[in-house]
Design a protein around this ligand. Sequence first.
Ligand SMILES: C[S@@+](CC[C@H](N)C(=O)[O-])C[C@H]1O[C@@H](n2cnc3c(N)ncnc32)[C@H](O)[C@@H]1O
Length: 245
Amino acid sequence: MATNGEGEQNLRHQEVGHKSLLQSDALYQYILETSVYPREPEAMKELREVTAKHPWNIMTTSADEGQFLNMLLKLINAKNTMEIGVYTGYSLLATALALPDDGKILAMDINRENFEIGLPIIEKAGVAHKIDFREGPALPALDQMIEDGKHHGSFDFIFVDADKDNYINYHKRLIDLVKVGGLIGYDNTLWNGSVVAPPDAPMRKYVRYYRDFVLELNKALAADPRIEICMLPVGDGITLCRRVC
Ligand SMILES: C[S@@+](CC[C@H](N)C(=O)[O-])C[C@H]1O[C@@H](n2cnc3c(N)ncnc32)[C@H](O)[C@@H]1O
């Protein structure tokens, strides 16, 4: 049992721990410059720089999250994976580089044009053969896979980074497609920090629109007994869900 002194110290630790989570832009820059950029594979750097010139570059996965995904996939020895929401392919490339040579990524996006911006870089990196890109909305494709019956419990890892208003609908299907012990990663679960903003706080229109969906998802994941969860303040927040039954 903690003595009063230990109790006080725990409280202080909690406080320090809390405040040390990206308390400033300078701290984030420090992470990028000290740990991420020096170890970023050349192809990812090239793709990041090409994407930075694209008008929708705000959508790209951040470099620290790319590094996180790459290590996570190696740690779990992922082989069969899925990505919903590709854009120019930064997280896709982080995934492809982490998988073994016979690894697979089923990658879905409604927009092939943006994927084609990154594709030459992915090809040059020698990992394009791992990618099966399908253009179109993900939800009907998932329904088709469930109906086929061939894909139940077959994915080691699924990364969801697309239309936030459908995350709950994705979850209803993905829980069936991920294997027991496998992971689903939902991106943007802290949604620009708006999850804790008062309803009348000034927010960009799209942030406000998707906010309630993200809040609803976070509640649903926390209450789902089929998964263990861990919400990480990496990038814009990523919630890892490990299927347990
Ligand atoms: C945030 S971006 C993905 C970023 C990407 N993971 C990266 O590393 O750059 C979201 C993507 O989801 C796609 N998207 C939106 N609705 C979709 C849907 N219903 N099905 C599949 N993809 C969709 C968009 O076209 C967009 O490319």
